[in-house]
Ligand binder design. Structure first.
Ligand SMILES: [Zn+2]
Ligand SMILES: [Zn+2]
Length: 143
């Protein structure tokens, strides 16, 4: 492997200490210390963190990804009651077949989103999210 420098701190990690991570859809080599430091960081925060220093490769790609995430956040659906941005939860599958006499005889998927402020909940269809790259991005960030 070529002598990569850590995308965060710029040090040259030894072969045993180098870790490959994904920052804003780009593959980066970081030292194990920095890998630990950024673990659990949200994607946007991680992009910003990497861009605040000058060591990451493909900085334009990271910036483009960060711009995309920012655009998605701006397009985030808001609570109809209090205007707080909604947060998506993982898709749930409802089984309507136990309901006798129901016209639904099969299962259908729903994506719940809740308001972190007043806890009102809204439901979205997976198709609706599939149609919008921005919504899909938000869903991936949240779940
Ligand atoms: Zn490092
Ligand atoms: Zn609300």
């Amino acid at each position: 492997m070529a002598k990569d420098i850590c995308a965060i701190c710029g040090e040259t990690p030894g072969l045993l200490k180098s870790v490959t991570i994904v920052i804003g859809k780009t593959t980066q080599v970081v030292c194990s210390d920095c890998a630990k430091e950024v673990q659990g960081m949200g994607e946007a925060a991680l992009c910003r963190h990497a861009l605040s220093r000058c060591y990451a490769k493909s900085r334009d790609k990271i910036q483009a990804r960060l711009d995309f995430i920012t655009a998605a956040e701006e397009a985030r659906p808001k609570c109809m009651r209090c205007n707080t941005p909604l947060k998506f939860s993982a898709k749930v599958t409802l089984d309507a077949s136990p309901m006798r006499d129901s016209i639904f005889s099969s299962t259908f998927d729903l994506i719940p989103a809740h308001c972190p402020s007043c806890f009102k909940m809204e439901l979205f269809s997976p198709e609706m999210l599939q149609q919008s790259e921005l919504m899909l991005c938000l869903y991936t960030q949240d779940t």
